[in-house]
Write a protein that binds this ligand. Structure first.
Ligand SMILES: [Zn+2]
Ligand SMILES: [Zn+2]
Length: 125
């Protein structure tokens, strides 16, 4: 195969983005392969960025260590806060604050739901 830009020169490789042949003088050596032009070099760089972010989000590769999903942590904190306030008011004043108790249990439910959904989707954010 010949270089796409220099028809008489033999290609030393293939651009990772567009698949065109590149010769030694126009090949750009990137960590993940060869690029034929500025545009392709940018494109490959962006793709690498996307790949790395996707890996992080889906917990693939070296970032596979699982964390507790932030959303369910947040709902859990809300549940403790409002549920705790509701119980505290009941103990302290003897009055049942249904709003606080209901909101607290709603948050607890949401906490469990989001956690299970995150687990199902294998999302890690
Ligand atoms: Zn290219
Ligand atoms: Zn060339």
């Amino acid at each position: 195969m010949d270089c796409f830009t220099h028809a008489s020169t033999a290609a030393v490789g293939i651009c990772k983005n567009c698949g065109r042949g590149v010769c030694r003088s126009c090949a750009r050596d990137l960590p993940e392969g060869l690029a034929c032009s500025d545009g392709c070099q940018t494109e490959i760089g962006e793709l690498r960025e996307i790949n790395q972010r996707a890996k992080q989000i889906y917990g693939v590769g070296k970032n596979a260590k699982r964390r507790l999903p932030l959303a369910s942590l947040m709902w859990g904190a809300f549940a403790l806060l409002f549920g705790g306030l509701g119980v505290y008011q009941y103990v302290d004043v003897g009055r049942v604050d249904w709003f606080l108790l209901l909101f607290g249990s709603l948050c607890a439910v949401l906490c469990v739901v989001t956690y299970r959904r995150m687990k199902e989707l294998k999302l890690n954010c």
